[in-house]
Design a protein around this ligand. Structure first.
Ligand code: GDP
Length: 569
């Protein structure tokens, strides 16, 4: 997993937060943003559905389930997603529960869309890692975990499917420790597994939750609470001598072995609170939700660059921390999408609100536009998969969808006030798949170009061309995963009604030559670029395509003047 460039180190100072039009503290405090990461089939759809049910979002939960039954998820609104039952683009779901506002950022499960996941995680404040307790860590959990670690997110681990034969909880803890070098803190501890899954010990309260089978699938499980020290009652209700003895033993062992919970380490992503349950039969989900709301972080401060425009110099770049209480509105785009609703043919930018209050019709500055230029945020939308509703106000932690006339790109900051604010850009992944793409029907060319241009703007794929090509030559696409090409093809067909032919290229890695064209020419003249394809990106910067890692690393070492780097700066 190679991505960059990393945000430059920041020297920070807190931006003063006058009381003016800051977001109300209670609105900030009640918000929790989370993204669920998991290997496909671990139960993310089921878990999301259950969480929505607890939030009383019955209708939405129904939609999740309905689509889940078609092997798809609530957020799978694109044709291809439905066909394949994979979640490609991330969306947002929100609901209220016990006074909290939860924003769930859905992340695509398939590894070819890791970049989209990374962006969703850039907008999340907390991550939940869902494991299938019978399988433990799986390939996709590993990849996504890396992404979480890069973001430094607090990570909560839920071991699902305890109603089926599971690995021992100690084994699961060992896996997390050994593979991720991450300590876990069991908050809940399971009593049995499979048919003998009786419930969980809440180690924070020293109370045992024993579950009765839920009346119907999807209903809330009936729970009996017993203080751990009421051993007679416990023994009677567990009604399984072996499990009872094991519980007593585990309780003692854990208290001896595990240090008290250090929330600072959780918030720094060094320690993961660990939970056990069964999303399908609804065991432990509500308990998990309650604990998560208590332990998870509310919307956090973020580093930003601010350019003080008040002295007119325009070059006075400071680095600051923008706290959610900052009185100006700030937010950043983490995803853009065209044709979310094919009927409307519109383009949306998803904005994560970082500070202040979004109000309908407000005017904002844009980090990449000229100072002083303002855009009208006329009609923001709350998003729920493919459904949306118009909203008048949004607070830090919320995600809003705004109409994107085309200039809002991923990583861009929107802000009110005289001072320019720019959050560090969201790094992109270095592409590893390349193909030629063309339209077989010359008469479709215009629609084909339009479609390609709009899809490129979403930032999921990049376009490359041959050197000195001013637009007439063959178009090459570069992406992280093969499926991304298929999405382009499918979307061109569905949304722009044009066919596209693709021809894969055998290159596996791209390096941008920051040394410029002169350096490339020199290396080429010296015969160093044999077998390497030389192309340009959309800013006409030189890019070299390699067939293998070895060649790329040796050239990076040997030809320092090329200044090869794995991403576009
Ligand atoms: P996703 O691919 O991660 O979204 O997983 P799904 O939520 O679609 O679940 C995959 C399969 O596992 C489905 O057949 C679910 O019914 C099943 N499943 C989910 N959670 C549980 C659970 O807690 N116990 C059991 N036994 N099955 C579960």
């Amino acid at each position: 997993l190679l991505l960059g460039p990393p945000p430059p180190p920041l020297e920070s100072r807190e931006i003063p937060t006058p009381a003016a039009a800051a977001a109300p503290t209670e609105e900030i405090d009640r918000r929790r943003n989370l993204a669920i990461i998991s290997h496909p089939d671990s139960g993310k759809t089921t878990m999301t559905e259950k969480l929505l049910l607890y939030g009383g979002a019955l209708q939405q939960a129904g939609a999740v389930r309905q689509k889940a039954e078609q092997r798809s998820t609530q957020s799978d609104f694109m044709e291809m997603e439905r066909e394949r039952g994979i979640s490609i683009s991330s969306t947002v779901m929100n609901f209220d529960y016990e006074g909290y506002r939860l924003n769930i950022l859905d992340t695509p499960g398939h590894q070819d869309f890791s970049e989209d996941t990374y962006r969703a995680l850039a907008a999340a404040d907390n991550a939940i890692m869902l494991l299938d307790a019978a399988k433990g860590l799986e390939p996709q959990t590993r990849k996504l975990f890396e992404v979480c670690r890069l973001r430094g997110l607090p990570l909560f681990t839920f071991c699902n499917k305890m109603d089926r034969p599971a690995l021992s909880p100690y084994e699961l803890m060992d896996q997390i420790q050994e593979e991720f070098n991450l300590e876990s803190f069991p908050v809940l501890w399971p009593i049995g597994d499979g048919d003998r899954f009786k419930g969980v010990l809440d180690r924070m309260e020293d109370v045992v939750h024993l579950y009765q089978k839920p009346v119907k699938r999807g209903g809330k499980a009936e729970v009996v609470l017993i203080p751990f020290n009421d051993t007679a009652k416990l023994r009677e209700l567990i009604n399984d001598e072996e499990l009872y003895n094991k519980l007593i033993e585990d309780h003692e062992l854990l208290n001896e072995l595990i240090e008290p919970l250090d929330m600072d380490r959780v918030l720094d992503g060094e320690l993961t609170p660990l939970f056990f349950g069964s999303a399908m039969t609804n065991f432990g989900v509500q308990l998990f939700l309650d604990k998560f709301l208590d332990m998870g972080t509310k919307p956090t401060s973020r580093d930003a660059f601010t350019k003080d425009t008040t002295d007119g110099s325009g070059n006075d770049d400071d680095t600051n921390i923008v706290s959610p209480q900052f009185q100006e509105f700030t937010g950043f785009v983490f995803k853009t999408q065209a044709n979310l609703d094919p009927k409307h043919r519109d383009r949306l930018a998803y904005v994560r609100v970082v500070s202040g209050v979004y109000e309908k019709g407000m005017k904002v500055g844009h980090s990449r536009s000229k100072a002083g230029k303002k855009y009208n945020l006329a009609q923001a939308q709350a998003l729920f998969g493919s459904d949306r509703s118009s909203i008048d106000v949004a607070y830090p932690g919320d995600v809003i969808g705004i109409n994107n006339p085309g200039m809002f790109g991923i990583g861009d900051t929107l802000f009110t006030g005289a001072d320019r604010v720019a959050f560090p850009g969201i790094p992109s992944f270095s592409p590893e798949k390349f193909c030629y793409i063309r339209s077989p029907n010359p008469s479709d060319y215009k629609s084909f170009r339009k479609g390609i241009d709009q899809l490129l703007q979403e930032g999921a794929i990049q376009a490359l061309r041959q050197r000195n090509d001013d637009g007439g030559g063959p178009l090459m696409l570069a992406a992280v995963g093969e499926l991304q090409f298929e999405v382009v093809q499918a979307r061109l067909k569905n949304e722009y009604k044009v066919e596209a032919l693709m021809e894969p290229l055998g290159y596996t890695l791209a390096r941008w030559a920051d040394g410029g064209w002169d350096a490339v020419d020199k290396a080429d003249a010296d015969g160093k670029l044999f077998g390497i394809m030389i192309v340009q990106d959309r800013w006409a910067r030189p890019v070299l395509l390699f067939r293998n890692d070895w060649k790329a690393s040796s050239l990076t070492e040997d030809e320092k003047d090329l200044q090869l780097s794995p991403w576009s700066q």
